[in-house]
Design a protein around this ligand. Structure first.
Ligand SMILES: C[S@@+](CC[C@H](N)C(=O)[O-])C[C@H]1O[C@@H](n2cnc3c(N)ncnc32)[C@H](O)[C@@H]1O
Length: 420
């Protein structure tokens, strides 16, 4: 590791050629601009914000080319959402300086280049310190705007995709099933990111259940992602009330020889499993999503990913507070508000159960208006934050909600499910 401080002279190859003293921030900005200019830029990561206000906690940037022009693609990470925007090269200097502001900016910055990695750290009362390290990457990353995505749902799944009628004999999505194809593609793409976050590496043994699996499109896709693409020792189980759908799906899985994939008839709240490491549900009707969330929590699942469907249970229970009454007189607003509240409470109960929760839209609304995805990764001791419990109680009380499948958790938090 080499250190660099305010009295060091400057150079472009490495700090150190002319006699002008340069601050650590100036050097970091210069090195960033130079890496962009000579195409040796690998990545920029800004973390540890100096002002602890809730909001952005990390920024990552990569270099992309749009119609031949270099741009920084900046991903901003907040507690519950990520957003991405592109920044023209001419704007980079001013933007980067504002992000490194010694009062309100980030205290840690990493610039990865093909020659070296540069680390800038700021501590209160001391000048920013710039150090260099061996490069963590020596091959230039792709500058394509849309990096090739690791799609689980691609031609390598043609056997089951065609058997389910999702693609034709040539592997093209069938018009009738195009929306479903899009849904499971996006869903599994997001699922794949979370599998990595859970630390499930090739060979890891996991049981993943798909609750209310219907014909099993997502179950097959999850199996394909976990077994074929990520090489996990995964058992994937689809649970479905309707016996005829279960039989059809099981026959398909058996005739294609898809080891580790099976379908089971039963109710979400009653089906028995030895373990649940991951739980998924795509449009499980109404409170079936709550049943699924509860099963995942009780089983201590590491990962829960659900896309809710119709929201019928909360609306009739809603006792609108007086202030909101004139707004919720409008049926449409009341319906939307009930949906919003239902999903908000789901997120909250998952948080209380020790999960880090994100709500995102997983497909564009033209594919399905039911496009909210709740992703939850278990990161804390469950039921340990009394503040969250109090907030949930207050919310339920405020809106008169007295009946949801997971409500009893507020009184007696669950333990791990027992094996049958
Ligand atoms: C809208 S479909 C979605 C099917 C599938 N997940 C998909 O996206 O293609 C909902 C499915 O959940 C099943 N379902 C609803 N409540 C259930 C429960 N309590 N237990 C098991 N399955 C249930 C229904 O029979 C139906 O097949």
């Amino acid at each position: 590791m080499n250190s660099w401080n305010a009295s060091s002279p400057r150079s472009d190859a490495s700090p150190g050629a002319t006699s002008t003293p340069e601050s650590g921030v100036d050097a970091f900005v210069r090195l960033t601009l130079s890496a962009i200019a000579n195409d040796s830029f690998v990545r920029l990561v800004l973390s540890s914000p100096l002002s602890p206000a809730p909001g952005i906690h990390r920024i990552q940037a990569r270099l992309i080319a749009i119609r031949g022009a270099p741009m920084l693609s900046i991903t901003t990470r907040e507690a519950r959402r990520d957003s991405t925007r592109n920044l023209a090269v001419q704007e980079t200097e001013a933007w980067l300086r504002s992000q490194l502001d010694s009062a309100t900016g980030f205290s840690a910055a990493l610039l990865g280049t093909l020659a070296k990695d540069w680390q800038l750290s700021t501590k209160p009362g001391a000048p920013p310190r710039l150090t260099s390290h061996r490069p963590s990457q020596t091959e230039a990353p792709t500058r394509h705007h849309d990096r090739a995505k690791h799609r689980a749902v691609d031609a390598s799944g043609q056997d089951w995709l065609h058997a389910l009628g999702l693609t034709d004999v040539h592997g093209k999505p069938t018009p009738k099933q195009a929306d479903k194809y899009q849904q499971i593609q996006r869903y599994t793409e997001i699922l794949g990111h979370h599998v990595v976050e859970c630390g499930w590496t090739p060979g890891t043994q996991v049981t993943v259940v798909d609750m209310g699996c219907g014909r099993g499109a997502l179950t097959f896709a999850a199996w394909h992602l976990l077994r074929r693409k990520l090489a996990l020792e995964a058992q994937v189980i689809g649970i479905e009330l309707r016996q005829e759908l279960v039989m059809e799906a099981q026959q398909r899985a058996t005739s294609l020889g898809l080891e580790g994939l099976r379908f089971q008839a039963g109710r979400i709240d009653q089906a028995r499993f030895e373990r649940i490491d991951g739980l998924i549900a795509l449009h499980a009707c109404d409170t079936a999503t709550d049943d699924a969330v509860l099963r995942g929590i009780n089983a201590g699942a590491q990962l829960i990913v659900v896309a809710p469907c119709c929201h019928q249970s909360v609306r009739p229970q809603l006792a609108s507070p007086e202030l909101l009454a004139p707004l919720l007189e409008h049926g449409l607003l009341e319906e939307r508000f009930a949906e919003w509240l239902t999903d908000g409470l789901r997120a909250l109960v998952l948080e209380w159960a020790g999960y880090r929760v994100r709500l995102t839209e997983f497909v564009a609304s033209e594919h399905t208006p039911k496009n909210l995805l709740v992703t939850a990764v278990r990161v804390r001791t469950p039921f340990s934050d009394a503040r969250l419990q109090a907030r949930m109680r207050a919310l339920l009380h405020h809106f008169g909600i007295h009946d949801t499948p997971w409500m009893h958790l507020l009184e007696s938090p669950a333990g791990k499910e027992e094996s049958p």
